[in-house]
Design a protein around this ligand. Structure first.
Ligand code: ATP
Ligand code: MG
Length: 352
């Protein structure tokens, strides 16, 4: 049992009890066909979902939408992930041969035709199971509207749908629950929102984690870690892992290592904006530098670096960054949501 294992947790013994959130999630599964677990990066969504489904002994299919290729995605890309996942499930292998268009071979199940009809006929057979779409906002990048498949399952198949998303605004853009012309409009969805641990709980997590590793860290290192990591359980885990398993005993170095990871993820996410990237980078730079920045402060900096920028262009950039969970709105402006990302942007992000 080890809290500092970096992979998403699957077993109750490894899972630091987020009681309230687990209860919420269980309640969602009980009362609704569709549960959305939302929270920024590293808040513990995947661990919460997997640990709870395992604890409840439910059969589930876990689709990690981050494994989809970058750029536009197709039905076939989703099928590739499903094939791998379903191949591992003995209950699916035993029904697979009765599904039109599915082959069961020695290495697993294969969709003979990689089209929408086959996808739907497989999903229809998940009666009584749970379909998990982790990081569901990734399904937006498609000419095909996957939300209509979800609406179809919602209406016609006895399957529970669980989606998660760290780009909370993008999940809402994907689900379009408020748009009367959207497929999922009017379907009740149960939302579970994860938040960072408060300081007390974060300390408890670290101290228990260190005890599991048989390491007794100096009190002031723990307190400083709590200051900089803001209760984000993924960063607390990373810190514990680096300190105990990698033997890095210097908090500043660990923060620096973590920030490079965060920067890489940010660069990856900004790739979809192509030639627009410098503007996104400049916006992030000034917000991170100031800690909190107003719309006009951001505009002034942006124009000083990159020349004239239309007002609605900046509004779009800010809206995208907020919907991606990179920035958050404050009463007077914007700030970088994640403490490590803030550090990374300040120190390493290049505008040009
Ligand atoms: N309740 C928990 N107990 C112990 N460790 C946890 C817990 N929740 C998360 N972690 C750890 O924190 C890190 C992030 O967790 P997880 O991947 O579940 O979060 P996430 O919100 O899905 O993150 P991402 O946005 O990166 O997908 C992992 O290293 C995981 O092991
Ligand atoms: Mg996750």
């Amino acid at each position: 049992m080890a809290y500092f294992d970096p992979e998403p947790k699957r077993r109750k013994e490894d899972f630091f009890d987020m009681e309230a959130e687990v209860e919420e999630f269980k309640r969602g599964l009980e009362v609704s066909k569709f549960v959305a677990v939302l929270g920024l990066r590293r808040y513990g969504k995947t661990s919460l979902i997997l640990t709870t489904l395992n604890e409840l002994g439910l059969d589930y299919v876990f689709v990690d939408c981050r494994l989809l290729p970058s750029g536009m995605i197709s039905v076939s890309d989703l099928i590739a992930i499903l094939e791998r996942e379903l191949s591992e499930k003995s209950w699916f292998r035993s029904i697979a041969s009765s599904i039109e268009g599915i082959e069961v071979g020695p290495i697993g199940v294969r969709f003979r035709r990689r089209d929408l009809n086959t996808l739907v006929s497989v999903l229809e057979r998940l009666e009584g199971k749970v379909l998990v779409l982790d990081e569901v906002q990734e399904l937006r990048r498609s000419r095909y509207r996957f939300d209509s498949v979800l609406a179809y399952l919602y209406d016609h198949v006895d399957v529970k749908i669980v989606v998660s998303g760290s780009q909370v605004g993008m999940v809402h853009r994907f689900l379009r629950l408020e748009d009367p012309s959207a497929p999922l409009y009017g379907r009740p969805i149960y939302f579970v929102r994860l938040r960072p641990l408060d300081r007390e709980r974060a300390r408890e997590f670290l101290l228990k984690g260190f005890a599991q590793e048989g390491v007794d860290p100096p009190r002031d290192v723990v307190e400083r870690a709590l200051d900089v990591l803001d209760g984000v359980i993924g960063w607390l885990t990373y810190f514990g892992y680096a300190y105990t398993r990698l033997g890095v005993r210097d908090l500043d170095r660990i923060v620096d290592m973590a920030s490079r990871l965060a920067l890489e993820e940010l660069e990856h996410a900004l790739r979809i904006y192509g030639v627009g990237r410098p503007r996104y980078a400049a916006v992030l730079k000034i917000v991170a530098e100031l800690g909190e920045a107003t719309w006009s402060e951001i505009m002034r900096f942006l124009e000083s670096r990159l020349g004239r920028v239309p007002r609605n262009t900046l509004s779009n950039i800010l809206r995208n960054l907020v919907d991606m969970g990179v920035l958050m709105k404050t009463s007077s402006g914007y700030r970088v949501a994640d403490p490590i990302l803030r550090y990374a942007v300040k120190k390493y992000l290049r505008i040009g």
